[in-house]
Design a protein around this ligand. Structure first.
Ligand SMILES: Nc1ncnc2c1ncn2[C@@H]1O[C@H](COP(=O)(O)OP(=O)(O)OP(=O)(O)O)[C@@H](O)[C@H]1O
Ligand SMILES: [Zn+2]
Length: 468
């Protein structure tokens, strides 16, 4: 800058302003040159359009850089900038660095069901570089009201594969792999070790403990969520010095496994809600942006639209996982054996019933065809009974099968044989045991349960019986 012609000397403030003005002029000229260069080089046009301020250091914007091949090494490419621009503009520290962190991250998602559907879609859309999806199950038509990653034409396809296809359709610039089988004690550690973060979108306690223990053994953060009915929960375990799942629940709880979506129902969007929040937490874990839900647990009740955050206890010195008592996945498996309880996905076992109290669906079909007098006691919950039932059945849910009810059943048509039925033959076996234990004067030989329940009735006797 030449100041010799001036009548009065510039103040340092004026000098600074003048310098800024000159730099702005230079910047405009350089931009014009760069735009000119990109007009003759079509593949850079989107860069100019997507970026008012290209993230190149000004010093590299020389004449030569503008006309020759520009090296964008180390920063996002034009396609990425265009795709993630709204996220990149986010105030509060996400920016290019956050996007690069996502791009370089690998996330393992266990379960591509109700919760997994939204976690996977959002992580893919936001640009997590690699997603690995584990699920052993196939898409069922009853999944579609909430497992929105799958479509009608995916029914019958493995869920991990169906989800991978959806990921590809949504964002082909990231990579996605599948494990089309269960996560078990044999593969959990190996799989988890190679990822930066794990999302538990499964639905049963055994899997939750396996994932947790493998995360503790390999030092990986675990973003955990669950949903049922109108309610859901969310938290992050094993993040930095935060507690793990076993710190809160050292051993499987006897009643936890008895809750199942298939038995209790779930409103379509509720798992999706939890999944969306899990995606947010995963992004926070990966990028360091925001405050990770490590010391709190979110409890959400969609029926009230209520969200409550409760403080979690800190890492427990006596926690079997954190204290090192569980040293391998074999230890983990043994410590979780009692978690093999009922769940949405892991097949439940009927309690033992003596063979004399068991009736096959074929035998029961014959009883009906002959018109033999009997009581058909359907022990499913009222909601299931209302969906569909065999003609003539009376409904007393297993949970209310008290002595009083049994007396009633006995009084109505005296001394008739009782056939207990439920969906799969598990609750009906429990009902038989309960009736036999009550000792209220039933002829034990007249109490039966229908093996395989209404599922077996549908598959072996009448295919028109609804599936749910
Ligand atoms: N150990 C595991 N390995 C892999 N996937 C698992 C494991 N445990 C559970 N899952 C999967 O997690 C998902 C949980 O999702 P969700 O409960 O919404 O689905 P669902 O089992 O299809 O439900 P429904 O009870 O309606 O049949 C399921 O797809 C299930 O197959
Ligand atoms: Zn712990």
């Amino acid at each position: 800058m030449d100041t010799t012609d001036t009548t009065a000397p510039f103040t340092s403030h004026q000098l600074l302003e003048e310098r800024i003005r000159q730099l702005e002029e230079e910047n405009v000229m350089l931009r014009a040159k760069l735009e000119h260069a990109t007009q003759t080089n079509g593949n850079q046009t989107s860069f100019i359009q997507a970026n008012e301020n290209p993230p190149l250091p000004v010093s590299t914007l020389s004449d030569t850089a503008a006309s020759a091949a520009v090296s964008y090494e180390g920063i996002l490419n034009p396609t990425q900038i265009e795709r993630y621009s709204r996220q990149l503009l986010l105030q509060g520290g996400f920016g290019v660095q956050g996007q690069i962190e996502l791009q370089n991250s690998k996330v393992l998602i266990v379960g591509a069901g109700g919760i997994g559907s939204t976690v996977i879609l959002y992580l893919a859309a936001c640009g997590v570089g690699h997603l690995s999806i584990v699920d052993f199950d196939d898409v069922d038509v009853s999944n579609l009201h909430r497992q929105v990653i799958h479509k009608n034409q995916d029914v019958g396809m493995n869920k991990a594969e169906s989800a991978r296809r959806a990921v590809h359709d949504l964002n082909p610039t990231i990579s996605c792999s599948t494990i089309q089988g269960p996560l078990t004690e044999s593969n959990a550690l190996e799989l988890i070790q190679t990822h930066d973060c794990v999302v538990d979108a499964s639905d049963n306690p055994l899997t939750r403990y396996l994932i947790n223990d493998a995360c503790v053994l390999s030092g990986k953060p675990l973003v955990s969520g669950s949903a049922m009915g109108m309610e859901g929960q969310l938290t992050v375990y094993n993040f930095r010095e935060g507690p793990c799942y076993r710190c809160l629940y050292p051993k499987p709880n006897a009643t936890e496994g008895s809750k199942s979506c298939a038995d209790n129902g779930v409103l379509g969007p509720v798992p999706g809600l939890i999944g969306v929040l899990q995606a947010v937490e995963t992004i926070k874990v990966l990028t360091g942006v925001g405050e990770v839900m490590s010391d709190r647990l979110l409890m959400c009740d969609a029926s009230q639209c209520s969200f409550v955050r409760i403080k979690k206890p800190p890492k427990q010195p006596q926690c079997p996982a954190c204290s090192g008592t569980i040293r391998s996945m074999k230890d983990s498996y043994q410590a979780s054996q009692s978690a093999r309880g009922p769940s949405c996905s892991v097949q439940r076992q009927a309690p033992e019933v003596s063979p004399q109290h068991e009736t096959s669906v074929q035998e029961y079909h014959q009883i009906r065809q002959r018109g033999d007098p009997h009581i058909l006691l359907d022990v499913r919950v009222h909601e299931q009974f209302d969906l569909c039932r065999l003609p003539g059945a009376i409904n007393i849910p297993l949970s209310s099968l008290t002595q009083q009810h049994l007396q009633l059943v006995k009084l109505v048509p005296a001394n008739l044989p009782i056939y207990c039925v439920c969906r799969r033959g598990i609750a009906s076996a429990m009902a038989v045991n309960k009736i036999l234990q009550e000792e209220i004067g039933f002829d034990p030989s007249a109490v039966h349960h229908i093996v395989g329940g209404l599922d077996a009735w549908r598959s072996q006797i009448d295919k028109s019986f609804p599936q749910y």
